[in-house]
Design a protein around this ligand. Sequence first.
Ligand code: SF4
Length: 582
Amino acid sequence: MTVDDHPFTAEQKEYLQGFFAAAACRPFVGHFANGRITSDPASGLPNEAGEAVFGTPVEDLCEQELWKHEQNGLDIWDTLVAHAEANRLPDKKNTFLFRFHGLFYVGPAQESFMLRLRTPGGELTSAQMRGLAEIAKDWGGGYAHVTTRANIQIREIQPKNIIDVLTKLQQLGLTSRGSGVDNLRNITCSATAGIDPAELIDTRPMAKALHYYILNNRDLYGLPRKFNIAFEGGGSIATAAETNDIGFVAVKVGEGKSVEPGIYFRLQLAGITGHQQFAIDTGHVIRPADSVAVAAAIVRVFNEHGDRTNRRKARLKYLIDRWGTEKFMDEVGKKLAFPLQKLPLADCETGHPPIPHGHLGVYRQKQPQKNYIGVAMPVGAMTVRQMRRLADLAENYGSGSLRLTVWQNVILPDIPDAFVETVKRNLVRMGFHYEASSIAAGIVACTGNAGCKWASTATKAHGVELARYLEKKLRLDRPINIHLTGCPHSCAQHYIGDIGLLGAKVNDHGAQVEGYHVLLGGNCIGDQKLGREIFHGIPFSQIPGLLEGVLTTYLARRRPNETFSDFTARHSVKELQELFSA
Ligand code: SF4
């Protein structure tokens, strides 16, 4: 008797697919092939109740640190269950602690929770996507969003459903543990890792190894502040590694240098574009097999020495500003069982220059006769129906795998040549684009005031409205990114968009209305630039017309092949104000 004699039901197949997806990741748990972790695995000091937390006296701790000191956010399962049973929303302290489990109470914007997952490397199976669609339908608002960390968020979850949601996630081989507040956020890597013909290295094994290392080491939670890590494989799709606290950027080292020839990661630290800083190259090269150990050592040094008294100065950047990179890396080196190696950047061959919006459209993979298709989804939004149909497309025409991108889009990999046109037709029927130059493809928006108490504006709704307006008015022949962020926390990274819109309450003929400060010329791909503020406090009602003028002026006056970022860079702020106000 064979399996074919008794085919599995759809439900059984889905269960098995989820099971094998989770099982396939097991070899990475806690270790990476040939990797050496730290010289002292217990070097992360336990955050025990006592007089001080990593040297900071308890009386000096800020409010959030006191909450963490009183109760480890990982140990609140009973509290979660009690809230679910009573269908109760959390108080201020539990609102903070629930985020250790990826549950964000987003009142007063919505009297419900938002769930944020962890999807290491942005990779999902079709069964997982279908399971997430079920969560969104049964317990959420019937939709989900792709985030700027190649992750998924589901909104409108009532307290009574939080345990059902978290257990369903685990059944799917997924977790949301540590996706909020002072923890290591979703580990990102290139969305086309393993399929990009131009890449130097497939970064998915490192991203997943680190993901499982974090899940299995309690001392890597409850950091002084949030922490982002990205692996860039040197291919044609950028991961915005420069905007992360740690960016591992692949390079090739040839013969005759001071280290063995091979592929390494250059180590970049302290990217935080909301504070107007790209990550800085430390001069070190890291063997891929050592990258998990180095990341863990960096996080442990940050954990032990970061500021726990002032949230505004608690990110990694401020520790490195205080100490300098050399002292910081000396401390990191003390935690490692192997010496760190330095190499001048000039001795490294960098990867392929990234293709702007190369994650959208149809591209050949390194695997013969296979293609990936990047799907544009304005502000990362997907309905339950779209999620299921994406899962169907991945399963019926691809390999059953989907990739999420940090640009809030989705990639369908492994589509054979013969099915490309069919998949494209299906995507259009579902209401999606796949052209890289469409305006909707370049819109990136944070949650906004539909679900975030910090937001001054409805960023996602405004993003969709802007795309609709501009697409009627003009056609682009190269991609333009428009990043809308609802407050200076800059979750949508307004400083790195070609056009960055920072939400604010602004004055419009004596009334306070939703509006934006307009920044132009940001870029994090290749020649990095932070956007400069050109217009201040513009009501949203005037933004579509203003940006129409900005883009038509650029199209009319640019030099041959000049990017928007280069065009704006050769003009002063005053010149741009005059040019675009004309
Ligand atoms: Fe909320 Fe501000 Fe982040 Fe937008 S940028 S999601 S408004 S915290």
